[in-house]
Design a protein around this ligand. Structure first.
Ligand code: GAL
Length: 653
């Protein structure tokens, strides 16, 4: 009897196996596959070469790139998933990848770290009854360069509903932040640095329905305030500190806030906030686009929460060769003076335009003979160019290493790394304007240790984030390790905020929706706020949708970034996928991040002892601008996948 049943059962299974149909992974909609670089390829590698792992060729498969992520709805219709995974033989570098397969949230396959030349690992996973499959090609911790991840011979045995590639579960763009009310809300830094006697310009950031009437108590005599625009201008006062009380009033109410003006040697007492053209427009940037960015910074309300810089990046000068003939021309005039290209007819008029709105203007060059995109650099014209930038009226200079390596070959480190930046910082400091210096040399020679000492206001801590967008959590963790070197006057800069419509860094493409999920986009700004680093939005200002604007423009989030202590959050790991971030604020309260970089929601706790506080604490959800209640000992909540929950914790009154 028993034997008979067993025979019947195995017959049924055999029949089912026979009935099962093979569906290859590459036949699914691969546009749903998110990955750190390029687009998933059918039956070929990410480089569009035949698929091969350790000398073995494969006819079928998907060529992808870490961090890769594909969600597949199974609806109980698939029996098995099998594949051979590894790094493609044509990767041509030292890429490393971890392949994982998760079924209904449970890890069912983990390849461990795979290296180039390593034989493929076989995946064979039972899917009977399963609803959702997740295929991951994770960066193995060393960045995603050369991480060419192959899913070879990847197939489903299907006996019911066919598998479908789907969007990740959290793909809805939810607007969390309430719209600002009609009454005035004064925002912006509480401390502001300037050099005595230099031109002074400050637009008071203030939300609320216009018209708003601005006034100020205690404004130094050398400054005047335009009551209608809220723009303070004039000449920076003599060395010393002045506390000014700013007032704003409209039909719906009034507000006040103090601003400490510190005239001395230090600029950037809080991290600079603004917009930079690079990741949106690359070598397509024009004067008209810069003006439009300035317009939108004001019309969108971003200037009302404190964004003030409108910065040109590379490609505004002439090059010897360029795809756009209007960017080719003489590099300098017969006096050696730097010449903008035909897309920038009048640099002074451009900064005048930006300044008339109370905003600041940023510019870019390289200490080398050429910029990274091949345009004229400052080499052997440093003093002249510093003078030109001041004459034109710029307020920030991004100084990008680029071709400098070619002209300093014979010099010794660390001096050769420091020299060009010290030279430019000295020139700018002696100049007639406050011009902040951003050291862009990707973190070489531990720039954070000497950047402030030689007179820089911010320094990039790594390479171009546009190439590593899928690693924003990891980049943030690395940046937090440098927290000791972050503070008023000198800021670690992990590069620009890339949410909303951005170009593809690899292809310098036109702006479109970037690769980050809505949660990751919130996390971007949560992390940058907790790290107290410069926030330069680098997306398309002409296509700023409501979702993006809501993420960039939350005044309470920006307040955390602009806190006068200037502290970068300290990180306490919770487990390998989650961590706690704690940032002390000047008023004695704490900004807290609960970060989950895993693929599924997780319950996480911020224990008061790790915050250094005790007793009842009121917890505020900063994105929703809503108090969540008073809690003893700590706060526990579920954090969505790949998210940072941003909280403020203050003693309960
Ligand atoms: C890179 C720099 C980018 C951008 C680009 C322009 O070196 O890191 O931020 O400025 O050059 O060519």
């Amino acid at each position: 009897m028993f034997r008979c049943a067993a025979v019947v059962a195995s017959l049924v299974l055999a029949l089912a196996a026979q009935a099962a149909e093979t569906v290859y992974l590459e036949t699914l909609d691969l546009t749903k596959m998110r990955q750190g670089y390029g687009q998933a390829q059918v039956n070929q590698s990410i480089r569009e070469k035949p698929l091969a792992i350790a000398g073995k060729a494969f006819e079928h498969g998907v060529g992808s790139h870490a961090r890769g992520e594909l969600w597949v709805a199974l609806d109980g219709g698939s029996d098995r998933f099998s594949a051979s995974v590894g790094i493609d033989d044509n990767a041509g570098g030292a890429g490393t990848v971890v392949f994982q397969v998760l079924v209904d949230g449970k890890l069912r396959f983990d390849s461990g770290v795979m290296k180039p030349g390593q034989a493929a690992k076989a995946i064979d996973v039972d899917l009977r009854g399963a609803k959702l499959l997740l295929l991951l090609a994770e960066d193995a911790g060393d960045g995603i360069a050369y991480d060419h991840a192959n899913w070879c011979d990847a197939r489903f045995a299907v006996s019911g509903t066919a598998p479908r590639a789907v969007d990740p579960p959290d793909d809805q763009k939810v607007i969390l932040t309430p719209k600002p009310g009609p009454q005035p809300r004064l925002n912006g830094p509480l401390t502001y640095g300037c050099r005595p006697g230099n031109p002074f310009l400050y637009r008071i950031p203030c939300q609320g329905t216009r018209p708003i009437t601005f006034s100020a108590d205690g404004l130094p005599a050398s400054l005047r305030l335009d009551a209608r625009t809220g723009i303070i201008s004039g000449t920076a006062p003599a060395r010393g500190e002045t506390v000014v009380t700013l007032h704003a009033e409209n039909a719906a109410g009034r507000a006040q806030r103090s601003l400490k003006i510190v005239a001395g040697d230090k600029l950037a007492l809080t991290p600079p906030l603004g917009w930079n053209h690079w990741y949106a427009h690359y070598d397509r940037i024009t004067d008209a686009m810069m003006r439009q960015a300035a317009d939108v910074l004001v019309s969108s309300g971003l200037a009302d929460v404190g964004y003030s810089f409108v910065s040109i990046d590379d490609c505004w000068m002439n090059a010897e060769r360029q795809r756009d003939p209007l960017r080719v021309g003489p590099l300098r005039d017969d006096q050696g003076r730097l010449l903008p290209n035909k897309h920038f007819p009048d640099m002074k008029a451009l900064t005048d335009y930006i300044h008339a709105k109370g905003l600041k203007a940023g510019i870019y060059t390289s200490p080398g003979p050429r910029t990274c995109a091949g345009f004229c650099g400052a080499w052997q014209h440093e003093a002249q160019d510093a003078g030109t930038f001041a004459d034109w009226g710029f307020d920030l200079l991004k100084y990008d290493w680029c071709s400098y390596g070619e002209v300093c070959r014979d010099e010794q480190e660390p001096e050769k790394l420091i020299k060009p930046y010290r030279l430019m910082a000295d020139l700018l400091a002696k100049g007639p304007r406050d011009i902040q210096l951003n050291l862009c040399q990707y973190g070489m020679g531990k720039v954070w240790e000497w950047g402030a000492g030689i007179g820089g206001q911010s320094w990039r801590t790594g390479g171009d984030l546009g190439f590593e967008l899928s690693r924003i959590f990891e980049i943030a963790l690395r940046n937090c390790e440098l927290r000791a070197w972050n503070g008023p006057g000198g800021w670690n800069d992990p590069d620009y905020v890339q949410i909303g419509k951005i170009g593809n860094a690899g292809a310098m493409g036109e702006p479109k929706d970037g690769p980050l999920s809505p949660n990751e986009q919130y996390s971007f700004v949560s992390l940058w706020s907790l790290m107290a680093c410069p926030i330069f939005y680098s997306g398309d200002m002409a296509n700023l949708d409501e979702f993006t604007l809501n993420i960039l423009g939350n005044a309470e989030v920006i307040d955390i970034n602009q806190d006068p202590l200037g502290q970068c959050a300290a990180v306490s790991p919770i487990d390998d996928q989650s961590f706690l971030m704690v940032k002390d604020l000047a008023d004695g309260t704490k900004a807290v991040g609960l970060a989950n970089r895993g693929q599924f929601p997780k319950t996480l706790t911020a224990p008061w002892r790790l915050l250094g506080v005790g007793g009842k604490q009121t917890v505020r959800d900063v994105w929703r601008q809503k108090d969540l209640g008073a809690f003893e000992d700590g706060y526990t909540t579920e954090v969505p996948r790949r998210s940072v929950l941003l909280l403020k914790v203050a003693p309960t009154r």
